[in-house]
Each structure stands twice: as structure tokens, then as C-alpha cells.
Design a protein around this ligand. Structure first.
Ligand SMILES: [Zn+2]
Length: 94
């Protein structure tokens, strides 16, 4: 039997979590997920970002305006209505 790659096994875990909470609105998910489940949705770096500007040396998500350090690659650290977050959740469910 073929061994799953790390990415494949994470994706399967993410799909299973979203399936488990399928009756919950995507905006409300992070209030229901356990710490471990939230942890499963890390490593998301592929969102568009832009400099925060002023004296701030950091970047922020172009969509929701939350800073990169606050997001820290966690999908659920984007704002509830961030298009990137919404679209990524749809991609995972596919
Ligand atoms: Zn965002």
C-alpha cells in the first residue's frame, strides 16, 4: 500500500474535521474546534500580503488586514469573513 505524504495525511485530517463540524457556519468554526483541531489548520502561507506601512515593519493579509505575526500561518487566525480563509476552507472540503 502506498504511503501517504505528510501533506496528504494533513489534508485528510482537515477534511475530517470540517466534515465533523459540517452543520456549523464557517464563520463560527473556531469557537467550536478544539486546540488540537485548530492546530491542524496551520502552515498556510499562500495568502496575498502587503506591508502594513508607517513604522510597522510587518506585512498583513491583503484581504482581512490581520498582520502576518498575528496570523502565524494559522488559517483560523484570519478574520471570520476573510475571503482567503473562506476560499481555503472550500478548497479543503472538495
Ligand atoms: Zn486574511
Amino acid at each position: 500500500m502506498k504511503q501517504l505524504t505528510y501533506e496528504e495525511s494533513i489534508l485528510i485530517s482537515q477534511k475530517a474535521i470540517l466534515e465533523k463540524y459540517s452543520d456549523i457556519e464557517p464563520e463560527d468554526l473556531e469557537e467550536h474546534l478544539t486546540e488540537d483541531e485548530l492546530e491542524t489548520f496551520s502552515g498556510f502561507y499562500d495568502y496575498n500580503n502587503k506591508p502594513i506601512g508607517g513604522d510597522n515593519p510587518y506585512y498583513e493579509c491583503s484581504c482581512c488586514g490581520i498582520s502576518d505575526p498575528q496570523i502565524n500561518s494559522y488559517l483560523f487566525n484570519h478574520s471570520k469573513y476573510c475571503d482567503y480563509r473562506e476560499n481555503t476552507l472550500k478548497e479543503i472540503k472538495r
